[in-house]
Design a protein. Sequence first.
Length: 401
Amino acid sequence: MSVQKSLVGVLVVLVIVAGVGGYFAGSSAVPPPRTVTTTVSVGAPSTVTTTVTTRVTERVTVTVTVTPSPTTSPTPSPTPTPSIPPGKYTLHVACVTAPNPCNLNPYGECDPHTLTLKVFKDEVEKATGGAVQVVLHPAGELGDELDSIELLRAGDLFLATAATSRLSGYTSALLFADYPGLFRNLDEVKAFSQSDVAKTRLSRLEELGLIGVGFSVGGTRYFITVPGKPINSVSDLKDMKIRVMPTPVHIEALKYLGASPISMPYTEVYTALQTRAIDGLENEPPSYLSMRFYEVAPNYALLPWFIIQHVTLISKKQYDQLPPVLQKIVIDAAVKATNYKTEFVMMFENKAIEIVKERGANITKPDPAPMFEKLKAFIEANKEKIGLDVIQWLEKYRASK
């Protein structure tokens, strides 16, 4: 009997040691790339079967320890909604960006688009007690943003996130969001996203078979420059070769600031900075950090020349097939997920600036007023394309501050 007790004691110790070891190994190890083949049925109820094969490299990125508030932690609901039959609805949601695990929010996700999907999944499954399942397709598993838009329109995908510019080929309703100098800070974008003007613009997407749930902040693009060329005022941009996104309105706008816009693939930018083929680029703080541009271009001028906006979209075809109780649940969940993304991006942007500063970046804060004064002529020249409703809303909003 004593021998048996000793053996049991040894086994208990070994289990505890193995558990602790597994925890720390799982927290620090990065698994090798793996090929995943997934067969999914998309539609609500499922109508189309698609086989997707993708190469997945799992990443672990932890930069700051933040203790989440207990009130915001995801918690499953044990009670299913009576009017929703269990297992009948499976909603597929997608984004093109890859997951980026971190500990900056209760969902363990630092990629804003994947975060949106995770919040939506948690809210829907919690509200329905698991009767409705939400399946995530991040990292472009179902194609790029244009593919997602087409899947939504056809009713073969339920929800997706996209840059507003990706809808320019379908409608002029969201073109205003592509114009540098129109919005001057994140607070303006956030306030506009809740306005009646924004809701009216989004309602026009229903003609395309899409429900525009809401706008979200994508990030503020500031100017990054190489050593010896810091930007202390907007006049320092004169004749600088600055890489911009290959968008005609961005190329046109940068010329109003006296710079020379350069278009090149994003993957070539680091080398171009290193070899001084370009003087700089414009980019959001999290990308400046993740791409390590501060190693070859340590000057970061916080001139908010452009603020990217994203839009959360739902398939109208699938939405119309849902019972009213579930329609309300998915809309509420999508709105919450969209707003959560905005709040996280605003927090993460400030955090990224702090981190690059700690890593040696030279942060300057030029007066933005002269820049917006120069871009005023650009906005005036394009006011018909932007829309007087948006311009007048901004004028009224600024006058109230």
